[in-house]
Design a protein around this ligand. Structure first.
Ligand code: CP
Length: 325
């Protein structure tokens, strides 16, 4: 167990060693147990988390805000449009100034080609730890909660097969941060990862290379597939969701035209039946109901989406408790 995490940023899970991630998960399970038993765990009394949002959120905002309160601290919710950022406050100034006000600074900026650079620039200037609440490349806290959920439901993740599959979604061009973060973390924990998508939905080459390297070290596997049925076949975990064709085009209309070719990439009961009998269905939410996944699957016996959403709270509290002391 690593005990020297005070002051550490979390911008991608790749920045933390496997042992450090295991520490965060151990603490997350302990905090979950404490909450269910009603045991006080006010480890961050009087600490304040600044939460800067450039983009909407249900789960991330609510779970960070509830989490810091349960740890004895307080959250300050800031929408970028209510600040002077559009009038000239730079990322460095935000890091310098807000890093002095707050004991931790959490940021969501998913703008393509901008979000990750922005969060890193703030972190470089901040004296307080910076947390990535989702950028254009990574969504580390979602994926920590996902790993926690897999361990809860399936035990040791080593050797288990996860299908990280693209799915058709018509609502908007969803970020690629979820599949990228999934293949990075699950390969480190020895899972057999299947990345399944139509050819236009490739992920960033640098992420694929890192995932391959993780696989080599953890003795898991990383397979690339373009058939959703084959991806689901005998999987222990299926995680199908939409993401934008951002490596192919950044034009929304063109991206929608590309996606329309693949409307049959939906998780329905037939497809879910291809996975193992006790397979779990995961989704970070929000989902396009009856477009990405049918109600019967999302609300059905394989679905663990609400436990998965709950684990955001416990995983985030663990990282805050370890880094903001
Ligand atoms: N999964 C997730 O990050 O949800 P929100 O966008 O609602 O925060």
């Amino acid at each position: 167990m690593q005990t020297d995490l005070r002051g550490r940023d979390m911008i991608t899970t790749q920045d933390w060693s496997k042992e450090e991630i295991e520490t965060a998960l151990n603490v997350a399970f302990d905090l979950k147990r404490k909450r269910v038993l009603g045991e006080s765990h006010a480890y961050l009394r009087d600490k304040v988390l600044g939460m800067l949002f450039f983009y909407s959120s249900t789960r991330t905002r609510s779970s960070f805000e509830a989490g810091i309160d349960q740890l004895g601290g307080h959250a300050a919710f800031i929408e970028s449009r209510t600040t002077q950022i559009s009038h000239g406050d730079t990322a460095t100034e935000i890091g310098e100034i807000l890093g002095r006000y707050f004991d931790g600074l959490a940021i969501r900026n998913v703008d393509w080609g901008i979000g990750n650079k922005y969060i890193n620039a703030v972190a470089d200037a901040s004296r307080s730890p910076v947390f990535n609440m989702q950028c254009d490349i990574y969504h580390p806290f979602q994926i920590l909660a996902d790993l926690m959920t897999i361990i809860e439901k399936k035990g040791d993740p080593r050797g288990k097969t996860i299908a990280v599959s693209w799915a058709y979604a018509s609502s908007y061009q969803k970020p690629i941060s979820i599949p990228q973060s999934l293949i990075l973390l699950m390969t480190r924990f020895g899972m057999n990862v299947r990345l399944v998508h139509p050819p236009e939905y490739k992920l960033m080459p640098g992420i694929i290379e890192q995932a391959k390297e993780n696989t080599r070290k953890a003795h898991g596997s990383l397979e690339f597939m373009d058939d959703m049925d084959a991806g689901f076949k005998d999987a222990d975990v299926v995680y199908p969701k939409g993401w934008g064709a951002l490596l192919t085009t950044t034009d929304d209309a063109e991206s929608a035209r590309i996606g329309d070719q693949y409307k049959d990439w939906i998780t329905d009961e037939r497809r879910m039946g291809l996975a193992k009998e006790d397979a779990i269905f995961m989704h970070c939410l929000p989902a396009d109901r009856n477009v990405e996944v049918t109600d019967a699957v999302l609300d059905g016996p394989h679905s663990v989406v609400f436990d998965e959403a709950e684990n955001r709270l416990h995983a985030q509290k663990a990282v805050m408790a370890l880094t903001m002391r």
